[in-house]
Design a protein around this ligand. Structure first.
Ligand code: NAD
Ligand code: UFG
Length: 338
């Protein structure tokens, strides 16, 4: 049984990946400082899988406490989700983002080196493609970023590319996620943002439960099918499975690999809104608002490389994603509570 250390494993994508790893018989250790998550997630993981993973409440920026995890456990691979991810906040508090995202990763690479752990999956983002020259986007596209959050992702990718260049026995996957939504079928784990949601799906679900009055749609004059922004929404359980497939690849001594994880299909804001109405069975009021600074027309992935090299293909469609997001929100109107 291989042991996987999951940083940020109590968070949205991390918790779904932990479930998938346990289902595939991995031994899982979670490290999370609970900055953007809740301890109840552990109980929920246990209800779903029958297993409670070992959990360390530790900040990955705290080298000494982080090191204890490597001292106490024999780790085969790390999946590194821990990080701050709010684009808008990163513009206002850039140092917070550089400090948290870069230091935690530097500590991690240093400790992996020290304790001879040779396999790493890193959560990168489609944000590294900036405003792409065309869609769909493949992994060879130019990289350029437009905000401090994105810059941390690109800097970490660069660090890892440099590290892999001289450490040929180090296996590392840079996974560029498109837009994860949805939740585990059980409705026990899901996305649980603090405060006003920045992202589209959690905003819609909060309108649906009556926490917000209406959805603001940021612009309807984009060069897209109906004028609203187009994105590549991927079910978080498909994304979770992508990590398990990626681990299999790393264990073949892959060296450095980079994959887009999306569905390859673009969906507009209005299309997602309509699909959600279908899923919940009632109207979601919306208003057209001005464009949001920094948004682009269209962003969706070409996922051929992930399919060819690791057999990754998203199974769930937009209707499934809406149904599962709604199921999670409806069962947990106030997020994680006992
Ligand atoms: P999340 O906030 O739900 O999960 C991140 C987890 O990391 C949280 O539980 C948080 O408490 C923890 N964490 C943060 N800093 C830490 C630190 N220094 N030490 C220990 N734990 C720490 O976010 P998510 O949506 O699950 O995203 C996971 C990763 O995927 C992030 O790196 C994010 O940037 C990346 N990503 C997310 C999206 C998305 O839309 N959700 C898209 C692309 C990439
Ligand atoms: N949108 C609205 N109203 C809202 C929220 C969003 O109309 O209340 C629109 C946006 O304008 C955009 C689309 O919905 O057209 C999706 O917006 P999100 O904020 O949900 O997602 P983004 O594509 O802007 O960004 C997200 C993450 C980034 C990540 C990127 C790619 O926030 O960190 O996906 O993975 F880089």
């Amino acid at each position: 049984m291989k042991t996987i250390l999951v940083t940020g494993g109590m968070g949205y994508i991390g918790s779904h990946t932990v479930v998938e790893l346990i289902n595939k018989n991995y031994d899982v250790i979670i490290v999370d400082n609970l900055y953007n998550s809740n301890k109840i997630v552990l109980k929920r993981i246990n209800i779903i899988t029958g297993v409670t993973p070992k959990f360390y409440e530790v900040d990955c920026c705290d080298y000494n406490n982080f090191e204890k995890i490597f001292k106490e456990n024999k780790i085969d691979a790390v999946i590194h989700f821990a990080g701050l991810k709010a684009v808008g906040e990163s513009v206002n508090l850039p140092l917070k983002y550089y400090q948290n995202n870069l230091i935690s990763t530097l500590n991690l690479i240093d400790l992996m080196n020290k304790y001879n752990v040779k396999n790493l999956v890193f959560s990168s983002s489609a944000t590294v493609y900036g405003a792409p020259k065309s869609v769909p986007i493949d992994e060879t596209f130019d990289l350029h970023v437009t905000n401090p959050y994105g810059r941390t992702k690109l800097m970490i990718e660069d660090m890892l590319r440099d590290y892999c260049f001289v450490n040929k026995d180090f296996n590392c996957a840079l996974l560029r996620y498109f837009n994860p939504i949805g939740a585990h079928k059980s409705g026990l784990i899901g996305e649980n943002p603090n405060g006003i949601p920045n992202n589209l799906m959690p905003y819609i679900t909060q309108v649906a439960i009556g926490k917000r009055e209406f959805l603001g749609i940021f612009g309807n004059d984009y060069n897209t099918v109906d004028g609203t922004g187009v994105r590549d929404y991927i079910h978080v359980c498909d994304l979770a499975l992508g990590h398990v497939l990626t681990l299999d690849k790393l264990f073949t001594n892959s060296g450095l690999v980079t994959y887009n994880l999306g569905t390859g299909k673009g969906t507009s804001v209005l299309e997602l809104h309509d699909a959600f109405e279908k899923a919940c069975g009632f109207k979601i009021p919306y208003k057209i608002m001005p464009r949001r600074a920094g948004d682009i027309d269209s962003c969706y992935a070409n996922c051929d490389k992930a399919y060819k090299e690791i057999g990754f293909k998203a199974q769930y469609n937009i209707d499934d994603m809406c149904k599962d997001s709604w199921n999670w929100q409806k069962n947990n109107p106030d997020g994680y509570t006992e």
